[in-house]
Design a protein around this ligand. Structure first.
Ligand code: SAM
Length: 311
């Protein structure tokens, strides 16, 4: 018996995954199951349904500041390699260029194969409505690579790696470049328009001090998270803090510009760090009754914030 949707001249949509470079109008054979050996299909409207490749354009490879229809930009060596060799794109092929100002443009590879033209700006609606900064104490080993990838997929806009009292890893300089590259790749993969900024690692106390520079009196805020544009939450599994979700609801965070969430290392925050963070304006929050690994907690926190803002 034929499945009911299989009739000659009828259209059915199927996801063509592992095809090299199919074109509209190609005729193909398909094997649906053992009883229905081969059907002829014609690919229709493929260019309309096939998601365009995304490419992050780093600030240093911009040869002119203004973005406008018809402007021509050079492709950096690694971008040429990726588009032309890895993806086998050709002159006239289109892709989505994500610029450092968070705009996304439909772009077209030029006949010289070393430049692209901006065709039109794209309205992309995949961002959370407010900025999310994660202050993350560096975990051991290469676990931070996965953390950067996951939280980028979940919508983070800024990542500040910190070295806290119990941090074991002392990062080498090239790690920072690597994290920024991973964030760019995850931005493309998750179809976002904003590439999160990964800051250079700094000491947790140094980070807290940088907050008090914007509050030069050095006095703690009269009530934490009062009236500012940024709310600060310190994930702490040991107190009897409110759950992050309940705290977000209580603070009506949809109307602030940014939320900052700090997550400690494998050994947790020291009591001194918790005290100093509270003095700097942080509110302690719980992520639930189970203690999560330092590399699980950032994704859990991001998922909670995302659900609160989008559901
Ligand atoms: N033994 C550590 C302690 O006593 O805090 C456990 C640290 S945990 C593996 C790593 C970090 O994840 C913590 O510092 C905290 O920021 C966050 N975390 C993990 N589970 C949490 C929870 N249930 N609530 C709040 N934060 C949590």
């Amino acid at each position: 018996m034929l499945p009911s949707f299989l009739r000659t001249d009828q259209t059915a949509s199927f996801w063509l995954s592992s095809w090299g470079k199919p074109k509209d109008g190609c005729v193909f054979c398909v094997n649906f199951d053992r009883n229905v050996s081969k059907w002829l299909g014609i690919i229709e409207g493929l260019s309309a349904v096939r998601p365009l490749q995304r490419l992050t354009i780093p600030a240093q490879s911009l040869n002119q500041p203004a973005l406008d229809v018809g402007k021509i930009f050079s492709l950096a060596d690694e971008q040429q390699h990726y588009l032309l060799r890895v993806l086998r794109m050709r002159s006239g092929d289109r892709f989505l260029a994500i610029f450092p100002d968070s705009t996304t443009w439909l772009a077209q590879i030029q006949p010289d194969l070393v430049s692209f033209e901006l065709l039109e700006p794209q309205a992309i609606h995949s961002e959370l409505p407010i900025g999310i900064t994660l202050v993350l104490s560096l975990p051991k080993g290469s676990g931070f690579d996965d953390v950067v990838r996951q939280v980028t997929e979940l919508g983070v806009t800024r990542i500040i790696p910190v070295i806290s009292d119990r941090t074991v890893l002392k990062p080498s300089a090239n790690r920072h470049d690597r994290w920024q590259r991973i964030a760019a790749e995850a931005t493309e993969q998750s179809e976002r328009s904003v590439t999160p900024i990964v800051e250079a690692p700094l000491g947790f106390d140094q980070y807290l001090k940088s907050l008090s520079i914007s509050n030069p009196t050095g006095d703690p805020p009269p009530t934490p998270n009062s009236g500012g544009f940024d709310h600060h939450y310190l994930c702490w599994g040991r107190g009897d803090s409110l759950h992050l979700l309940a705290q977000l609801r209580q603070d009506s965070v949809s109307s602030v510009q940014n939320v900052t969430i700090a997550i400690g290392p494998e050994g947790g925050w020291t009591d001194g760090e918790v005290d100093r963070a509270i003095k700097a304006g942080f509110v302690t929050v719980s992520l639930g009754k189970r203690i999560l690994r330092a590399i699980t907690a950032p994704a859990a926190a991001m998922a909670i914030v995302g659900a609160f803002l989008e559901a």
